[in-house]
Design a protein around this ligand. Structure first.
Ligand SMILES: Nc1nc2c(c(=O)[nH]1)N[C@H]1C(S)=C(S)[C@@H](COP(=O)(O)OP(=O)(O)OC[C@H]3O[C@@H](n4cnc5c(=O)[nH]c(N)nc54)[C@H](O)[C@@H]3O)O[C@H]1N2
Ligand SMILES: Nc1nc2c(c(=O)[nH]1)N[C@H]1C(S)=C(S)[C@@H](COP(=O)(O)OP(=O)(O)OC[C@H]3O[C@@H](n4cnc5c(=O)[nH]c(N)nc54)[C@H](O)[C@@H]3O)O[C@H]1N2
Ligand code: SF4
Ligand code: SF4
Ligand SMILES: [Mo]
Length: 906
C-alpha cells in the first residue's frame, strides 16, 4: 500500500494514498465533481473534460491527475462551472435527446443538473439532425445508435480493458466519429454478447435489446441483488423487476467475485424464469400419461411409496441425486432427509461427473478439494497454466481476470487437444493427444528437475518425506524425456521444454484445471501429476500460486460442502467419523444408530445398481441424467427398471418422461438461500419474484415429504435458520451467517464470527494429517479405449459459451439461441477430405454403445483423428456414445474419450 497523505479539495481535507486518482479521491469524499467518460473500472480517458479542477491556478482534468502530498485543489468555482456548462452545451447540441426511459441516462442527468434541459439556457442550437448517424441493430442482444453517443470511450474500454476482448474501436474522425464492432457490423464481429459495453454506456447509445420498449426505469418495482444461476464463478447480479417479471440483469460493481462483470448467460439468459412452460403443478403418471394432481395427493403418494420401498427392500434400495443448481439450504435438507428419514448414504450430485477426480487427488495430496486461491489472484500471478479447461467459454468472468493477469505480464500456458479462445492469449499452447496428460506432466517435471528449477526448501519444509520422496518422483520421471513424450503426446519436445521453463521459473504460478483433466479414467492420476509439478516448484500456499479447478455449476461447491455425497457428511467428515456422527445425531435429534455410517453408492454406480435391480427407487432433484449421464442406453434401461422415480425440477426435461411423479420447484429467482462459488465464497441468493403456479421451494417440498412419512423435520423459521444449523455441523462454515454475507460473500474456511474467511489455502500448513503435502509419482498408462480400424476417431465432448448443460435453462433464451442452438461435430479438414465429407454434411456417429446424427463442421480446432461435440443438444445425445467405465479412485466417467466412426447419413 502506498503512503497515506492528505489533500485539500475545496474546503475539505481528504485522506488519500499517494499517487491515487484525484477524481476518485474527491468522489469518495462526497465531492461530486461531474464526470462522464470516467468509470472506476477503466483507465482514465479525459475525453469529456467535465471533471476539470484548478491546481496551482491551472485548469486540468482531475481524472488524469495523481494526488501528491499537500495538494490543494479547487473543484468548484464560477469559472469551472462555466467551463462545464459550455462543454455540456456543445455536447447536447450534437446529441439526439430522445429517450425512451428504458435506461438510466447519466448524460441527461448532468445536463439537467446544469439546467441545460431548458432550451433557453443553451447557446448552441441543436444540429443533431444534420449529422450522419450510424445505427447498428445487428447484434441479438444490443443496439448501437451513434446519434446518442458522446464518444466517451467507456464502451471501447469496457470491452478491451474490463473484458479483455477488444472488439470495439472508433471509426471516422471528429464529430462524425462513431463506435464500430470488428470490421463493421456487430453480428459479424467477435462480440460474444457479454453486455459490459452496455452496462458502462452513460447515455443510451448502447442499449439492451430485450424488453427495450417495455422496460421503464421509473416503473421498476424492485432491484434484487442475487447470485447468477449458471456457472460456478458466482457472479453477483442485480435483477430489475417490473410487473412481477425480471426485465434486466446488471452486474454488481465493487463486490467480488465479479466486480460488475457478467457473461452473456448471466446478463441475457434469464427468460427461462418466466416461461409459460415452467412446471406449475404436481404431475402423477397414471396409465402412462401425466395427470395434474394436488400437492396433497402427490406428496401422499411419494410418502407411501418411499416408506413401502424402504420397509420392503431396506433403505439402501433408495437413492437420491441432489442438485448443484439448488441452494445450500435446499441441499442440506435433502441430505438430512436421505440420511435420517430414508436412512441411506446413497446420495450424490453432479460433482461426481465433474471434478470428483480433481477433488480426490487434491484431498489425498494436500487435504482439501477446493480451489486454493481467489479469483482476483489471476490478475497478479506471473504464470497461469490452464489445462483441460475452456475457460473463456465456461468461466467467462474468470477468463477476464486471466486476461488482466496477462496484461500485467503473466505468461499463459494452455494445454488442450482442441483450440480454445484462450490459445489466442497464450505464450505456449501444448496440444497433446486426448488422454496423455500424465506423460506430458511427467516430462514437464523431468525438465524442471533437469534444469534445476526445483524449490528444495519448499520440499524440505512442506512435503511429506522431504527430499527422499522427491527422489522417488525424480527417478520415476527420469525416463519421461521430452523426446519420448513427444512420441506419446504428439507435443513437440521444444514446446515441452519451453512450458517447463516458464512454469518452473515462476514465483507465483496458478493452475486452472478443468474437465479435460478430470473426466478420464485416469482423472485422479492426471491431477496427482499436476500437483506433483506444483509442489516441487513451491507454487502453492501463497497468494497468486496454487491449484484451482474452476467449479462447474453455480452451487456444485456448496452441494458437496453440505454433504450431498455418498461418503461424506456435511463439512467433509467421512461417514466413518463416529464423533461427528454423534454430533449430528444431537443436532438432528435422531438416534445415532439411525444415521448410516457406511459409504453409499456414487452417481453412476446408482444407475448401474438400478440396472441390476438393487436400487428400486430414486429421488432426483434438479438433475437431468437422461441427457448428462454417460452410456445413455444403459441409463434408459436402468430408470425403466425402477419401481418408483420422483423428479423435482423447474421444467420438463429428458428425464421427467420416465418419472412416476413430477414436482414443480421454485427457481433461483424465487427463493432465498446461498450458493458457494469456485473460490469457496458463500454468496446470498435472494427471491425477486413469485414462483409460478403452485411451484414450491425445493427444501419446503422435501420438508413436507418428511412430515408425510411421519418423520417431521424441525419447523425452520426460514432459510437463514437452516443455514445456522449448517454452521453448527460444518466447522468450515461455522463463522458465517446471513447478516455477515449481506454485502459480500465470505470464503470458507471461516471458523468463528471473528474470522474474515480465507482467501488463500495452506499458507502455513496443508490439511493432511501430517500438515504436509504428499507427492504421488504416477506412471503413464495408455487408455483402455483406443481408436481402432472399426472406430478410427476419438470423440471429445464439452461445452460452448452460449448453452448450458442439457439446455433446460439456456435453450429457452432467444438471445442465447440466436448465437448457437444446433448440434454439430468438429472434424479436422484432412480427415474430412480423406473421407470425402464437406462442411454441413449430415453425418451419423457410431460407437460401441450407441449412435446419433448431427451436422459436420470442418475445423482446424481439432487434431487429425479427433472429433469434438458439445453435449448440450437433445437432438443429438452425445452420451449415447460415451462410456460408464469409471476412474477407480473417484468414480468419474471418461466423457472426454470415446472411440467412434463417422459415416454420411442417408
Ligand atoms: N457455457 C457454459 N459454461 C459452463 C457449463 C456449460 O454447460 N456451458 N458448465 C459448467 C460446468 S458444470 C463445468 S464442470 C465447467 C466445465 O468447464 P471446462 O472444464 O472448460 O469443460 P469442457 O468444455 O467440458 O472441457 C474443457 C476442455 O477439456 C479439453 N480436453 C479434452 N480432453 C482432454 C485431455 O485429454 N487433456 C486436456 N488437457 N484437455 C482435454 C477439451 O478439449 C475442452 O476444451 O463449465 C461450467 N460452465
Ligand atoms: N458428454 C458429456 N456429458 C457430460 C459432461 C461432459 O463434459 N460431456 N459433463 C458432466 C458434468 S461436469 C456435469 S456438471 C453434468 C451436468 O448434468 P446435469 O446436472 O444433469 O445437467 P443440467 O442441465 O444442469 O441439469 C440441471 C437440472 O436442474 C433443473 N433446475 C434448475 N434450477 C433448479 C432449481 O432451482 N430446482 C430444481 N429442483 N431444479 C432446477 C434444470 O431444469 C435441469 O433439469 O453433465 C455431465 N455430462
Ligand atoms: S457485448 Fe461484450 S464483447 Fe460485445 S462489444 Fe460489448 S463488451 Fe465487447
Ligand atoms: S461467468 Fe458464470 S456466474 Fe458469471 S455471469 Fe457468466 S454464467 Fe453467470
Ligand atoms: Mo460440471
Amino acid at each position: 500500500m502506498n503512503e497515506k497523505i492528505n489533500v485539500q479539495i475545496d474546503a475539505i481535507i481528504c485522506e488519500a494514498e499517494l499517487g491515487e486518482n484525484l477524481l476518485v479521491v474527491a468522489l469518495r469524499n462526497g465531492i461530486q465533481i461531474p464526470n462522464l467518460c470516467f468509470h472506476a473500472k477503466i483507465s482514465p480517458t479525459a475525453a469529456c473534460r467535465l471533471c476539470v479542477v484548478k491546481l496551482d491556478g491551472k485548469i486540468t482534468t482531475s481524472c488524469s491527475t495523481k494526488v501528491e502530498k499537500g495538494m490543494k485543489v479547487i473543484a468548484f468555482d464560477e469559472e469551472l462551472e462555466e467551463i462545464r456548462c459550455k462543454i455540456l452545451d456543445h455536447l447536447v447540441a450534437e446529441h439526439n435527446e430522445e429517450i425512451n426511459g428504458s435506461y438510466t441516462d447519466e448524460f441527461k442527468n448532468i445536463v439537467t443538473k446544469y439546467k441545460l434541459d431548458l432550451i433557453s439556457n443553451r447557446t448552441i442550437p441543436s444540429f443533431s439532425n444534420l449529422l450522419p448517424h450510424k445505427l447498428d441493430a445487428s447484434s441479438p442482444v444490443l443496439t448501437y445508435d451513434s446519434s446518442k453517443c458522446i464518444k466517451c470511450f467507456r464502451c471501447i474500454k469496457a470491452c478491451g480493458e474490463v473484458q479483455g476482448k477488444n472488439v470495439l474501436s472508433m471509426d471516422e474522425r471528429g464529430i462524425a466519429s462513431y463506435v464500430v464492432a470488428g470490421f463493421g457490423k456487430w453480428n459479424e464481429s467477435e462480440c460474444d454478447g457479454c453486455g459490459e459495453c452496455v452496462q458502462l454506456c452513460p447515455t443510451g447509445a448502447l442499449v439492451e435489446k430485450p424488453f427495450y420498449n417495455i422496460l421503464k426505469i421509473n416503473k421498476i418495482e424492485k432491484r434484487v441483488k442475487t447470485t447468477c444461476p449458471y456457472c460456478g464463478v458466482g457472479c453477483q447480479m442485480e435483477l430489475l423487476v417490473q410487473e412481477g417479471k425480471i426485465m434486466r440483469v446488471l452486474g454488481v460493481d465493487d463486490v467480488l467475485p465479479n466486480n460488475g462483470k457478467l457473461c452473456i448467460k448471466g446478463r441475457f439468459g434469464y427468460n427461462f424464469v418466466s416461461r409459460n412452460d415452467r412446471l406449475k403443478v404436481p404431475l402423477i403418471k397414471k396409465d402412462g400419461v401425466f395427470v395434474e394432481s394436488s400437492w396433497d395427493e402427490a406428496l401422499a403418494l411419494i410418502a407411501s411409496k418411499f416408506s413401502e420401498i424402504r420397509d420392503n427392500y431396506g433403505p439402501n434400495s433408495i437413492a437420491g441425486y441432489a442438485s448443484a443448481k439448488c441452494t445450500n439450504e435446499d441441499n442440506y435438507i435433502f441430505q438430512r432427509f436421505m440420511r435420517t428419514v430414508i436412512g441411506t448414504n446413497n446420495i450424490d450430485n453432479c460433482a461426481r461427473l465433474c471434478h470428483s477426480s480433481t477433488v480426490t487427488a487434491m484431498m489425498r495430496s494436500i487435504g482439501d478439494g477446493a480451489g486454493t486461491n481467489s479469483i482476483e489472484d489471476y490478475s497478479s500471478a506471473d504464470c497461469i497454466y490452464i489445462t483441460g479447461n475452456n475457460v473463456v467459454e465456461t468461466h467467462p468472468v474468470t477468463a477476464t481476470y486471466i486476461k488482466q493477469g496477462r496484461m500485467n505480464g503473466a505468461k499463459i500456458i494452455v494445454v488442450d487437444p482442441k483450440f480454445t479462445t484462450m490459445v489466442n492469449y497464450a505464450d505456449v499452447w501444448l496440444q497433446p493427444k486426448i488422454g496423455t496428460d500424465v506423460a506430458l506432466l511427467n516430462a514437464l517435471i523431468h525438465v524442471i528437475i533437469k534444469e534445476g528449477l526445483v524449490d528444495t526448501k519448499f520440499i524440505e519444509s512442506r512435503v511429506e518425506g522431504g527430499l527422499e520422496s522427491f527422489q522417488k518422483l525424480k527417478e520415476l520421471t527420469n525416463e519421461y524425456t521430452p523426446i519420448l513424450v513427444q512420441e506419446i503426446t504428439g507435443v513437440p519436445s521444444e514446446k515441452i521444454e519451453l512450458a517447463a521453463r516458464i512454469y518452473g521459473n515462476s514465483k507465483r504460478a496458478l493452475i486452472c484445471t478443468g474437465m479435460g483433466m478430470s473426466q478420464e479414467i485416469t482423472g485422479t492420476n492426471n491431477v496427482f501429476s499436476l500437483i506433483n509439478m506444483c509442489l516441487i516448484t513451491g507454487n502453492i500456499g501463497k497468494p497468486g500460486a496454487g491449484i484451482n479447478p474452476p467449479r462447474g455449476q453455480n452451487n456444485v461447491q456448496g452441494v458437496s460442502d453440505v454433504g450431498c455425497l455418498f461418503n461424506l457428511y456435511p463439512g467433509y467428515f467421512p461417514v466413518s467419523h463416529e464423533e461427528q456422527r454423534l454430533h449430528l445425531s444431537k443436532i438432528w435429534k435422531v438416534d445415532v444408530e439411525k444415521i448410516p455410517n457406511m459409504p453409499g453408492l456414487s452417481a453412476v454406480e446408482i444407475m448401474k445398481a438400478a440396472h441390476q435391480g438393487a436400487i428400486k427407487c430414486m429421488y432426483i432433484m434438479g438433475e437431468n441424467p437422461l441427457l448428462s449421464d454417460p452410456n445413455l442406453n444403459h441409463v434408459i434401461d436402468a430408470v425403466k427398471n425402477l419401481e418408483f422415480l420422483v423428479l423435482q425440477d423447474i421444467f420438463m426435461n429428458e428425464t421427467t418422461a420416465y418419472a412416476d411423479v413430477i414436482l414443480p420447484a421454485a427457481s433461483f429467482a424465487e427463493k432465498d438461500g446461498t450458493f458457494t462459488n469456485s473460490d469457496r465464497r458463500v454468496n446470498r441468493v435472494r427471491s425477486a419474484i413469485d414462483a409460478p403456479g403452485q411451484a414450491k421451494k425445493d427444501w419446503v417440498i422435501i420438508h413436507q415429504i418428511a412430515s408425510k412419512m411421519g418423520s417431521p423435520m424441525p419447523d425452520y423459521l426460514n432459510e437463514s435458520s437452516i443455514f445456522d444449523e449448517m454452521a453448527l455441523v460444518m466447522p468450515i462454515y461455522a463463522g458465517i451467517n446471513w447478516q455477515r454475507i449481506d454485502k459480500e460473500g465470505i470464503q470458507w474456511p471461516c471458523t468463528s464470527l471473528a474470522d474474515i474467511g480465507t482467501k488463500t489455502l495452506f499458507l502455513e500448513k496443508f490439511n493432511t494429517p501430517s500438515g504436509r503435502a504428499k507427492l504421488n509419482p504416477i506412471h503413464f498408462v495408455p487408455q483402455t479405449e483406443n481408436a481402432s480400424e472399426e472406430f478410427p476417431f476419438i470423440l471429445n465432448t464439452g461445452r460452448i459459451l452460449y448453452q448450458y448443460h442439457t439446455s433446460t435453462m439456456s435453450g429457452k433464451s432467444l438471445e442465447l439461441n440466436s448465437f448457437a442452438s444446433k448440434s454439430y461435430v468438429l472434424m479436422n479438414e484432412q480427415d474430412s477430405m480423406r473421407l470425402g465429407f464437406a462442411n454441413g454434411d449430415k453425418v451419423k456417429i457410431i460407437g460401441m454403445r450407441g449412435e446419433l446424427e448431427t451436422v459436420l463442421k470442418v475445423s482446424d480446432e481439432v487434431s487429425i483423428g479427433e472429433l469434438f461435440m458439445p453435449f448440450h443438444f437433445a437432438e443429438a445425445k452425445v452420451n449415447m456414445l460415451t462410456r460408464d467405465e469409471l476412474d477407480p479412485n473417484s468414480k468419474i466417467p471418461p466423457y472426454k474419450l470415446s472411440a467412434v466412426k463417422v459415416i454420411l447419413s442417408e
